[in-house]
Design a protein around this ligand. Structure first.
Ligand SMILES: CSCCC(=O)C(=O)COP(=O)(O)O
Ligand code: ZN
Length: 249
């Protein structure tokens, strides 16, 4: 590991000081306040990271994400993975290696939520798999013929969005005791499902990424809508797909 390349504090602070609301240090704070209101980042869990030019902006770990301030942000040089700015007495988000995995796939923003709808969907898929003695790793969340699917990008390098009759598949990986230990299985899911822009984590939440903060947020909102709808559909005995055998008879 190379020497730490921390900048002198005035230069480091300049990286997180801007009156532009779209500056990553400001935008992460604004996004996290919105995510908190949606129940996505309560109790310090979850968060967001932005890649801007050659820099990665990261929130600290274990802090209330709705109270973040721009001067709380860590700044990393993407190419060297060296921190240029490290706020004293704080540690970078445990999600950092997972956010970096998304940036390595070309993302400009990655969001991690602990949305209860995402968690519930993973529990329903887990129960479905157990009912037919199927390995949990073979199961994705799948849904089709719902208008909101049209907000989901087709896939990496493929222009446009899914169609109404396309099946949306979101892979699910197993949870681990420590967030950073999810990295390998997240990367494997990205390889196995190269078109996906999101990976669910069983009994934990979801990682969602996009080219920029706007596309990542739009996708995260759309998926959360679909997860909430899917939970309610299941309560009503309605199928998620035409071949869904878990609907009420
Ligand atoms: C109750 S949070 C447990 C750890 C976790 O899942 C998480 O997302 C924490 O992220 P942080 O940015 O606070 O390290
Ligand atoms: Zn988490």
């Amino acid at each position: 590991m190379a020497e730490q390349q921390l900048l002198p504090s005035s230069e480091a602070d300049a990286l997180v000081t801007s009156s532009d609301p779209k500056h990553p240090a400001n935008l992460i704070c604004t996004l996290c306040r919105g995510f908190y209101a949606l129940g996505w980042v309560t109790g310090t869990g979850g968060g967001a990271s932005i890649r801007h030019d050659k820099l990665i902006y990261l929130a600290p770990s274990g802090v209330q994400k709705e109270q973040l301030q721009p001067h709380d942000m860590f700044v990393m040089d993407y190419a060297s993975r060296q921190y240029l700015r490290k706020p004293t007495a704080l540690k970078p988000s445990q999600c950092t290696p997972l956010f970096l995995a998304a940036f390595d796939k070309g993302a400009g923003c990655c969001i991690h939520t602990h949305s209860q709808w995402a968690v519930l969907v993973t529990l329903l898929v887990e129960r479905d798999a157990r009912a037919v003695n199927q390995s949990l790793t073979e199961r994705c969340f799948e849904i089709e013929e719902i208008e909101q699917i049209k907000a989901v990008p087709k896939g990496r390098g493929k222009p446009g969005k899914l169609g109404y009759f396309d099946r949306l598949r979101i892979p699910i990986i197993e949870n681990t005791a420590h967030e950073e230990d999810l990295t390998q299985s997240l990367e494997e899911a990205m390889e196995k499902y190269p078109d996906t822009h999101a990976v669910l984590v069983r009994r934990h939440g979801i990682y969602v990424w996009g080219d920029d903060p706007r596309s990542a947020t739009t996708l995260c909102e759309s998926l959360d809508y679909l997860f909430q709808l899917a939970v309610r559909m299941r309560e009503l005995g309605l199928p998620w797909t035409p071949d869904d055998t878990n609907r009420q008879k």
